[in-house]
Design a protein around this ligand. Structure first.
Ligand code: GZL
Ligand code: ZN
Length: 337
C-alpha cells in the first residue's frame, strides 16, 4: 500500500482513538463524580402538564434541583400511571440516590415501591398522597393539605350567604378533579365537612373534569340551559365549586361563547393562577383557594437529608392563602403561574 493511503488510514486510527479516549474520559469524569458522591442523582416522575399549576410545579422542582446541584432525571408520564411505574422502575435500575414522584392516583404503587425499598433507594411522595398498608414504603410526603383547601372553599360560601334564608336552598354543582386522586377525594371531603352543617346548601350534582380545561368546557356547555341560566335538569345552579382553575376556565370559556356573564353564578375554585385572582376584580370568580405549587426548594432539602441518611418528617405541607371578592387585592403576591 503506497504512503498516501497509509497516512490517511493512520490518521483515521488516531482520530478514532482520540474520540474514544475523550468519550471514556467523559464517562470516567461522570463515574468519578458519582464515586465521590459529590452530586446527588434524583429520579423524578411527574404526572404530566394538565394544568398551569402542574407546569409551575415542575418548573419549581427543576429550578430548585439546578440551584442545589442535584442531578435530576425528569420523566413526564403524560397522565398515565403505567408510565410512572415504568419511570420509577428505570430509576431503580439506574441506581439513583433518591426517587420522588407525584402519584396521579392513590393506589397501585406498592409493588414498585417495594422494589425501591429492596434496592435501598428512599422515596419521597410529592404533591398527591398514596394509599398503602405499608407506610415504610416511602420516607415522607411533601405537598398541600387538600382537605383544608376544600374546607376553605366551603367557609367562603358560608360567609357569603350568611344572611340568605335557609328556605331558599342554594344549589351547588361540584366539578371534581382526577378520579381516585387524593386532591379530588380530600377537597370533596373538606368541602362537605362544612357544607353538610348548613341546610341552605345542596350539592345537586358532582362530576369529574379530570383537572382539565377541556373537560371543564364540556361540563360548562352541558349546564347551559335554554333560558340562558345554568341548570342541571330542572334544577338551577347557584354555585359552582371547581377543584381546580383549569376546569373553572373551561366553564368560563363555555359561558363566554354563549354570551352568559359569569356573574350569574357564584364560582369557587382552587389553585390560585394569576388570571383567576384577577377575575375576582370583575366578578367572574368569587373565591380562589390557593394551592402552592412551589414545592421544589423544600423537596430538595428533604432529598439532601435522605442522601445523608437522615430521617425526614412523614408529612411536610406548603401553605396557601385564600383570595375572595371581599379582598382589597393588595395582598396578592402570587406564586408565579
Ligand atoms: C393539587 C394538584 C392538582 C392541582 C391541579 O395538589 O395535584 O393537580 O389542583 C393539578 O391543577 O392538575
Ligand atoms: Zn366551546
Amino acid at each position: 500500500m503506497s504512503e498516501g493511503p497509509r497516512i490517511k488510514k493512520l490518521g483515521k486510527i488516531i482520530l478514532l482513538s482520540a474520540v474514544l479516549c475523550s468519550f471514556l474520559a467523559g464517562c470516567k469524569k461522570k463515574t468519578e463524580s458519582e464515586e465521590d458522591g459529590s452530586q446527588i442523582i434524583l429520579g423524578f416522575s411527574q404526572i404530566g402538564a394538565e394544568s398551569e399549576w402542574r407546569i409551575r410545579n415542575t418548573e419549581s422542582i427543576l429550578e430548585a434541583a439546578a440551584q442545589n446541584g442535584i442531578q435530576i432525571i425528569y420523566e413526564n408520564a403524560r397522565q398515565k400511571q403505567e408510565n410512572q411505574l415504568q419511570a420509577i422502575h428505570s430509576f431503580i435500575i439506574s441506581q439513583v440516590d433518591v426517587i420522588a414522584f407525584v402519584p396521579i392516583v392513590e393506589t397501585g404503587w406498592d409493588n414498585v415501591l417495594q422494589e425501591a425499598k429492596d434496592a435501598g433507594i428512599p422515596v419521597i411522595v410529592v404533591d398527591r398522597m398514596i394509599k398503602t398498608a405499608d407506610k415504610s414504603l416511602y420516607a415522607g410526603l411533601i405537598g398541600e393539605d387538600s382537605f383544608s383547601e376544600g374546607k376553605k372553599a366551603a367557609e367562603f360560601l358560608v360567609k357569603k350567604y350568611k344572611t340568605s334564608k335557609p328556605d331558599e336552598p342554594l344549589n351547588i354543582l361540584e366539578i371534581s378533579g382526577t378520579e381516585n386522586s387524593s386532591p379530588a377525594y380530600e377537597r370533596a371531603r373538606g368541602f362537605r365537612s362544612v357544607i353538610q352543617k348548613e341546610p341552605k346548601f345542596r350539592i345537586i350534582h358532582s362530576e369529574s373534569g379530570d383537572f382539565l380545561r377541556s373537560k371543564g368546557h364540556e361540563i360548562g356547555n352541558k349546564i347551559i340551559s335554554f333560558n340562558s341560566g345554568l341548570s342541571i335538569g330542572q334544577n338551577p345552579i347557584d354555585i359552582i365549586f371547581s377543584h381546580n382553575d383549569a376546569m373553572t376556565w373551561g366553564v368560563l370559556d363555555a359561558l363566554r361563547e354563549n354570551n352568559i356573564h359569569a356573574t350569574t353564578v357564584t364560582i369557587v375554585t382552587i389553585d390560585g393562577e394569576r388570571k383567576s385572582i384577577e377575575a375576582l376584580t370583575y366578578g367572574a370568580i368569587n373565591c380562589v383557594v390557593e394551592c402552592n405549587p412551589n414545592t421544589g426548594p423544600k423537596l430538595c432539602e428533604l432529598v439532601k437529608l435522605l442522601h445523608e441518611g437522615k430521617p425526614i418528617p412523614p408529612v411536610t405541607y406548603v401553605d396557601g392563602e385564600v383570595f375572595t371578592e371581599f379582598d382589597s387585592f393588595t395582598k396578592f403576591a402570587g406564586k408565579g403561574f
